[in-house]
Write a protein that binds this ligand. Structure first.
Ligand code: NAP
Length: 470
């Protein structure tokens, strides 16, 4: 994939970049490694001042940054502005809470025959971040804010279609005051990742992206014994039970499916509806989806802009055609519009069956699959029938059922009567083919820390040290 800004609303290539050479990458890794030696010695309070300065710049530069994101990957300008604001809030959150999250944790010294014993969290070193284009600022900030606050440095390999956003991020942290090299953008294609991961100065990697990229990076990390966090795809279930508020459920279902032009890992993708309310929900949901306005993402009246890439749009179209050809019902949308840009209409497909691509694959566009089920158990079976396990949604006002869904849905999160989203206060991540490890909260910050056990004895011969060796 060329490293280039191409406007998805027009298909026009606006700017291209030559990939960095191996020598340039090596020099960048060297700078990042040197910066780590500085950064790890700075106080958390100092890092917090730099992180707060980054937040202030994000707020001040919101409109221009949002315009850049819309130009590079097609999300609506309104959504892009909200993304910048969310990033500033996450920077402030980690600036305010890192000290507490990284504080030494005392252990029961007597139980371990010590005078003093505690756990200390220390940074690992340069971390490679391989990131996707769909939330081009947020995906990076949710890694970078906790990682830099912990004293790690970052090497960003961003998606090839968002190079200007990638360069903006490097510039942002530099202007905020972080040491030169603390956060570096590498303009390279995906084939360069294996070599970077093999470099002994690079201590760990995080990927947000597809299952295929996850398998490849995990294999490379395995060969090189590097710690990884993988945030991969999802095909989140959205279960609607008879007690649900159907108007609200159908409204949130529409947003959950079509936010970010349908290109979110935690978008609800499979709508699993109890037979008692299936027709009533389907009628509302299809009406909402069909009413969304598709068009120029800079226009304030637009709900759904273009898909980010031509390849992505072709893939979505092929998945819907495959289902229709094999007997599924297309209740709205489903037709490629004429004209420039990679637009795809909000689409609802019912009567899906095993053997259709939409039954088992993630659909990365504004296309919903509708499933009819006749019981709680069948709802859970269909919901857990995907190989993914990122987020999940259940709509029910029955408290006992809410508890059961929280237990039974096999996913990294369960949102009851609401849409899956991410908060800096809560861990984020998946199970099964959606990856492993967590981002956000204290857990996310500690993924790239050395959780060090410190045991201090009396120093006298009778102390308990070495009671038994392992
Ligand atoms: P993608 O093709 O996997 O690309 C994501 C990043 O990985 C890009 O920087 C890409 O570089 C790189 N990459 C791709 N193949 C690679 C490989 N074999 N080795 C090393 N790096 C590789 O993903 P996408 O199609 O752009 O993004 C959509 C996917 O990301 C969906 O599956 C979505 O669900 C998932 N996603 C997950 C989360 C989450 O938090 N779990 C969030 C957002 C998106 P190039 O651009 O140079 O190819």
């Amino acid at each position: 994939m060329p490293i280039a800004t191409t406007n998805p609303a027009t298909g026009q290539v606006l700017k291209t970049y030559d990939p960095m050479s191996d020598e340039q990458v090596d020099a960048a890794i060297e700078r990042t490694d040197l910066a780590f030696r500085d950064l790890r010695r700075t106080s958390i309070a100092q890092r917090g001042r730099w992180m707060s300065a980054a937040a202030d710049r994000l707020d001040a530069e919101r409109d221009d940054t949002a315009r850049l994101m819309t130009t590079e990957m097609g999300k609506t300008y309104a959504a892009a502005k909200a993304e910048v604001t969310k990033c500033a809030a996450a920077c402030r959150f980690y600036a305010a809470h890192a000290e507490r999250m990284l504080a030494d944790e005392p252990a029961d010294a007597r139980a371990v025959k010590a005078v003093r014993a505690f756990v200390r969290y220390q940074p690992l070193g340069p971390v490679l971040a391989v990131m996707p284009w769909n939330f081009p600022l947020w995906q990076v900030i949710r890694f970078a804010a906790p990682a830099l606050m912990a004293g790690n440095t970052g090497l960003l390999k961003h998606a090839s279609n968002v190079p200007q956003t990638a360069l903006y991020l490097e510039d942002l942290f530099r202007r905020a005051g972080f040491p030169e090299g603390a956060f570096t953008t590498l303009l390279v294609g995906s084939q360069a990742v294996d070599r970077i991961l093999a470099d002994p100065r690079v201590r760990a990697a995080t990927l947000t992206g597809s299952e295929g990229a996850g398998r490849s990076i995990a294999a490379s990390a395995g060969r090189n014994l590097k710690k990884t966090v993988l945030e991969l795809g999802g095909s989140d279930p959205f279960v609607v039970m008879p007690s649900a508020d159907l108007d609200r459920a159908a409204e949130v279902a529409t947003t959950a499916r079509c936010q970010n032009n349908g290109q979110s890992c935690i978008a609800a993708k499979r709508f699993i509806v109890h037979a008692d309310v299936y027709d009533a929900f389907a009628e509302r949901f299809v009406a909402n989806m069909a009413a969304l306005r598709v068009g120029d993402p800079m226009d304030a009246d637009t709900d759904v802009g273009p898909l980010a890439t031509e390849r992505g749009r072709d893939e979505v179209d092929a998945q819907v055609r495959d289902a229709a050809d094999k007997g599924a019902s297309v209740l709205c949308g489903g037709e490629l519009p004429a004209g420039d840009g990679w637009f795809y209409p909000p689409t609802v497909v019912a009567d899906l069956r095993p053997g259709m691509r939409m039954w088992s694959e993630e659909v990365f566009g504004p296309v919903a699959g509708l499933f009819r089920v006749s019981s709680y158990d069948e709802a859970v079976e269909v919901a857990n029938g995907s190989a993914y396990g990122l987020g999940s949604n259940a709509w029910t006002t029955d408290p006992a059922e809410q508890e059961r869904f929280a237990d039974d849905l096999d996913a990294g999160s369960v949102f009851v009567n609401g849409m899956t989203t991410s908060f800096p206060e809560l861990p984020f991540g998946g199970v099964r083919n959606s990856g492993y490890g967590r981002e956000l909260s204290a857990l996310g910050m500690r993924e790239f820390c050395n959780t060090k056990t410190v045991w201090v004895g009396e120093g006298a011969p009778s102390a308990g040290a070495g009671a038994h060796a392992e």
